[in-house]
Each structure stands twice: as structure tokens, then as C-alpha cells.
Ligand binder design. Structure first.
Ligand code: NAP
Ligand code: F7E
Length: 351
């Protein structure tokens, strides 16, 4: 008799991370359930390719309508699905937008997490839970680089909501003996990154400029620095956390930080447009009421305990994203993209 497939439930399966995690878990023979929101247009674009898999892994993929604001829906789904593992990735994840809709952000990201924990506790289902925490919890960081011991100092409604979620997970872990891991993930990007986040906004903008559809990219603060990694590697770290004997909290990062200016420089250089300033406009509408100026993660705990470390570093990440957007715009990569030097995978610490 074959061993029963493990069952995972992913909130936020239609998002960047949810789509990579679904693919990853299906490749590990999991039965994967995802919660998706009802929308007036198709919102499953990022998971469509699973249906093209020759191994027919989509037969082990099940989508359910739901929302982190709907406790009765979460209670029902947990009881019906009885997951071995839950990955709570659903969130209003845009920091700038969280200043416009702070109550909605708190309801989804903070209270939504609490609703999920209570649904699990009330159901009596024994499950391991991953909580999608963020480097934004460090906000205006009090220590460089940030470790699991660095104090949180959030600088946005989004960061504050994620701090609540982090603490409530710890409280339920300690108070009720639940297996809950808090990932503290630094920015991670990919060709599936939402187009309103700065990296993807730049790479799609360049593709539009090269195809004559756009003249300039309008951005906000170019001086902020982020620790940018590659999303498919980060979802593997989530899974590794739940494989450990004991639940714990882990930083996932690259240990490098770069400014938006450096991202622009690297991306435009790859397509041979060296004077990138003429393609950029500054629009104060993209400034945030409070900015997070510098984030840099220390992933040594994850390296030691999970045997996880980042492979794709800054220069390669920029290239992966740009190539994908040029391809999507129907542009010939061979013609536009410069070859990377061999040392592109090596990081250089704080810059
Ligand atoms: P994303 O692309 O914005 O995806 C967010 C997902 O959450 C989408 O599936 C979205 O559904 C869903 N969602 C939004 N509101 C919801 C609600 N009320 N109820 C249920 N689902 C809801 O985000 P991501 O980049 O994949 O990030 C995944 C998680 O990691 C998020 O919790 C994010 O805050 C956190 N995080 C991200 C990063 C990063 O750099 N990417 C770093 C640290 C932490 P729709 O598709 O319908 O909008
Ligand atoms: O901004 C600056 C902006 O929106 C990065 C989310 O996944 O990572 C993400 O949050 C920086 C900021 O990501 C524009 O001011 C300049 O300093 O790409 P972003 P984020 O705010 O770091 C964390 C870890 C998460 O958890 C979040 O869910 O870029 N910036 N000009 C701009 N940012 C945007 N979006 N758009 C601009 O035009």
C-alpha cells in the first residue's frame, strides 16, 4: 500500500509565493488545497501553468473560495480538508497601499491570521502552520543586519499588522502547544511578482519602453535599500521550517542590500541603455508617509538549522526578471540582454 499523500492548505495561492509553493508541494506529491478570493475577472493566472504539467499534478490541486475575513468559511474548510500543513500567505501585501486601507490591511493580515489559528484550534485538527512574516516588521530597523533577535519597529500599517500576526502565532504556539513557525522573509521577487512592486514595475517598464509602449517609468524614493532574493528559493525555506522537529522563527534573506537606484542601473545596463535617468520620472505620489530606508537580513540561523541558503543573488535576479518581461512583450532576449559576468552569483555584503 502506498503512503497517504500529505495534505497542504495554502491561503494566498493565487499570489506570487502561493503559486511557487503550490508547484513545489505538488512536486513533492502533496495534495494541495488553495483558498482563492472571488473576483470579477480571472485571478488564477499564476497557477494556470500547473494544468500544463505532463505529470497531471493538477489532479492533486483543489481550489476553494474563501477569505481571511470570513471566520465561518475558514472553520468549515479546516474541518473538511484536515490539512497536515497550512501556509498562511494570504495578505494585503502592498506597504504603500496599507496607508490607504489600514483597517482592511489589519483585518486581513492581523485578524485574518488570528481567525485561521482559532479555526485550527477549534477544529482539533493536528496541523503544522507556517506564518508569512516580513522584514517590514523591523521597519526603521534598530540593528544592522537584522536577526531573529532584532526588535520590531514597524513603519506602516502593513508592518504593524504583520507584527500582531507574528506575536499571536508565538502566543498560540506557547499557550496551546501548536506547531507554528514564523518566517521573517525579506523581499523576494520573480517574474511572477506583482507589477506594482518596484522591481517588477521597473522590469515591465523597460520592456514597455523597448517596445515603444511607454516613454518613462514614474517612481518614488530611489534611495531606499532592500535585501532582494528569489521567490522560488524562499518557498522551499517555508517547507523546510515545517519539517523540523520543533516550531521556531527564521529569517530568510540574502545578506546583501541594494538601492532602487542600483536596481535601475543594473536593469538598464543589461539592455544597453546606460543613461537610465532620462527614462525615469519622480512622482511624489509613490512616496510613503513613513519610509523604511534600509533592510539587510542575517540568514545564518536558517543556514545552520534548515541547511538553507540563497543561490540567486542580485545581478542574476535582475536578469531573470528582465528576460521574462522582455519575452512576455515579444522582444528577442538575444538582441537586448547583455551577458552577465561569471561572478554574478557572488554577493558583496552591505552596499
Ligand atoms: P501577493 O502576490 O500579494 O499575494 C497575496 C495573496 O493573498 C494573493 O493570493 C491574494 O489574493 C491573497 N489575499 C489578499 N487578500 C486576501 C484576503 N482578504 N483573504 C484571502 N486571501 C487574500 O504576495 P506574495 O508576494 O506572494 O507574498 C505572500 C505572503 O508573504 C504575504 O502574506 C506577504 O505579506 C508576505 N511577504 C511577502 C514578501 C515578498 O517580498 N514577496 C516578503 C515578506 C512577506 P488575490 O490574488 O485575489 O489578490
Ligand atoms: O518597495 C520604493 C519604496 O513596494 C520597495 C512587499 O512584498 O517586501 C515588499 O514591500 C522600495 C520602497 O516593496 C516605487 O518606497 C520607489 O522603499 O517593492 P516595494 P516593499 O515596500 O519593500 C516586504 C518584505 C513585504 O513584506 C511586502 O509584502 O521601493 N519605491 N518607487 C517604490 N515602490 C513601489 N511599490 N513603487 C514605486 O513606484
Amino acid at each position: 500500500m502506498t503512503e497517504k499523500n500529505k495534505v497542504a492548505l495554502i491561503t494566498g495561492i493565487t499570489g506570487q509565493d502561493g503559486s511557487y509553493l503550490a508547484e513545489f508541494l505538488l512536486s513533492k506529491a502533496y495534495e494541495v488545497h488553495g483558498i482563492m478570493r472571488r473576483a470579477s475577472v480571472f485571478n488564477t493566472e499564476r497557477i494556470e501553468q500547473i494544468y500544463q504539467d505532463p505529470h497531471q499534478s493538477h489532479r492533486r490541486l483543489f481550489l476553494h473560495y474563501g477569505d481571511l475575513s470570513d471566520a465561518s468559511n475558514l472553520n468549515q474548510l479546516i474541518k473538511i480538508i484536515k490539512p497536515d500543513e497550512i501556509y498562511n500567505l494570504g495578505a494585503q501585501s502592498h506597504v504603500k497601499v496599507s496607508f490607504e486601507i489600514p483597517e482592511y490591511t489589519a483585518n486581513t493580515d492581523a485578524l485574518g491570521t488570528l481567525r485561521l489559528l482559532d479555526a485550527v484550534r477549534g477544529s482539533g485538527v493536528k496541523t503544522k502552520i507556517y506564518q508569512a512574516g516580513s522584514s517590514e516588521m523591523f521597519g526603521q530597523a534598530t540593528q544592522m543586519p537584522q536577526t531573529e533577535a532584532t526588535a520590531f519597529n514597524p513603519a506602516s500599517p502593513y508592518g504593524a499588522a504583520k507584527v500582531f500576526a507574528h506575536h499571536i502565532c508565538k502566543i498560540y504556539r506557547e499557550g496551546y502547544g501548536m506547531f507554528i513557525c514564523n518566517g521573517i522573509l525579506f523581499n523576494h521577487e520573480s517574474p511572477r511578482r506583482g507589477k506594482t512592486f518596484v522591481t517588477r514595475k521597473i522590469t515591465t517598464g523597460i520592456a514597455n519602453i523597448l517596445s515603444g509602449k511607454q516613454e518613462k517609468i514614474y517612481l518614488g524614493n530611489l534611495e531606499a535599500k532592500r535585501d532582494w532574493g528569489y521567490a522560488p528559493e524562499y518557498v522551499e525555506a517555508m517547507w523546510l521550517m515545517l519539517k523540523q522537529d520543533k516550531p521556531d522563527d527564521y529569517i530568510i534573506a540574502t545578506g546583501e542590500t541594494h538601492s532602487i537606484r542600483e536596481f535601475l542601473d543594473a536593469a538598464f545596463r543589461l539592455v544597453n541603455l546606460n543613461n537610465w535617468e532620462k527614462y525615469i520620472g519622480i512622482d511624489p505620489a509613490y512616496y510613503r508617509p513613513v519610509e523604511v530606508n534600509l533592510l539587510l537580513g542575517d540568514y545564518s540561523k536558517a543556514k545552520k538549522l534548515l541547511d538553507w541558503q540563497p543561490k540567486v543573488k542580485f545581478a542574476e535576479l535582475v536578469k531573470i526578471m528582465l528576460e521574462a518581461d522582455l519575452k512576455q512583450a515579444g522582444l528577442d532576449n538575444q538582441k537586448f540582454i547583455q551577458h552577465l559576468p561569471n561572478h554574478s552569483r557572488n554577493g558583496a555584503g552591505i552596499k
